[in-house]
Ligand binder design. Structure first.
Ligand code: GUN
Length: 289
């Protein structure tokens, strides 16, 4: 029986460290880290995510400015808002919640954010910097997943890592981070042949496919460390439930360690957003300690 990785506990400890650091920034540098969160439209899950992010900011003493915009917001209006936030010296981080309504070009919107304030790490510059090993602001979910892996395993050098999913938000940056840690990295996806056999090679298996309980216990190498990035809302026996991309019940029988859903990677994503916001604020003021 594998170990359940306590992502929530790790995220709480990281958040507490950040709270102490934010206090010190206020006291010693008169600096309050500030993030602007932009949400367009009325996707219920996005509203929940944004509310959770804002709450966590309050707990840590980080200032947050919410911009909840109607679904028919024009591209011009959204880009003008981002331009204002780019030029506002009191704002250190800008997050545009995805997905955006269909009439808006996500790439164009994201790439309007100046890289120094791109706390999601989604702009072309930050994406490219990560790909060539000069990482600056790194996407929050992969960063949080890597922190859990290093806490669990220590040095990751030479381990076989399989990332299932090739999204720009998780799969690709996760692969870059693991490569930087000297793992042998495979990115698997919907066209991969014999996915179970590929997964069985993994000492580290990262599941980021967005399909509930897709990865089965018998796809997992005995003793492997499994990071489940999935957050799938399903209805089962008349009850709404949150489940991951891994079939937890069968996986924990085989894995050495596995993140649960909820309480695994999810809390780390928010904690790393706070981490990136503090980092961006410090960088904007030339604070290096
Ligand atoms: N939507 C789902 N995940 C994310 C994320 O990490 N950042 C943003 N901005 N939107 C998301």
């Amino acid at each position: 029986m594998g170990n359940v990785i306590d992502g929530k506990g790790f995220a709480d400890r990281l958040s507490e460290q950040l709270r102490v650091e934010v206090d010190a920034l206020k006291a010693n540098h008169n600096l309050t880290p500030c993030i602007a969160v932009v949400l367009v439209g009325d996707d219920p899950a996005s509203h929940v995510y944004v509310t959770n992010k804002v709450k966590r900011c309050q707990q840590l003493g980080i200032e947050s400015r919410e911009h909840r915009l109607p679904v028919d917001t024009s591209a011009e209006a959204l880009l003008a808002l981002i331009d204002n936030l780019n030029h506002d010296a009191g704002v250190h981080g800008i997050l545009v919640q995805l997905p955006l309504p269909k009439h808006l070009d996500e790439n164009a919107v994201i790439n309007t954010i100046v890289p120094e304030k791109d706390v999601d790490g989604f702009t072309l510059l930050n994406t490219g910097a990560l790909a060539v090993g000069q990482s600056r602001l790194v996407p929050c979910t992969p960063l949080g997943s890597l922190m859990l892996l290093k806490d669990q395993l220590g040095d990751l050098s030479g381990l076989n890592a399989v990332v299932v999913g090739r999204s720009n938000i998780v799969g690709k940056p996760m692969a870059s981070l693991l490569l930087q840690e000297n793992c042998t990295v495979t990115i698997a996806h919907s066209r991969t042949r014999d996915l179970p056999a590929v997964c069985r090679q993994a000492d580290i298996l990262v599941a980021a496919v967005g399909r509930p309980r897709f990865i089965q216990g018998d796809w997992i190498k005995p003793g492997a460390t499994v990071i489940d990035v999935g957050i799938n809302r399903i209805e089962e026996e008349g009850r709404k439930r949150l489940v991951g991309d891994v079939d937890f019940a069968s996986a924990i029988e085989v894995a050495g360690a596995i993140t649960p859903v909820p309480g695994g990677v999810g809390p780390m994503t928010i904690a790393c957003l706070m981490y990136n916001t503090v980092a961006a604020a410090k960088a904007a003021h030339g604070i290096t300690d």
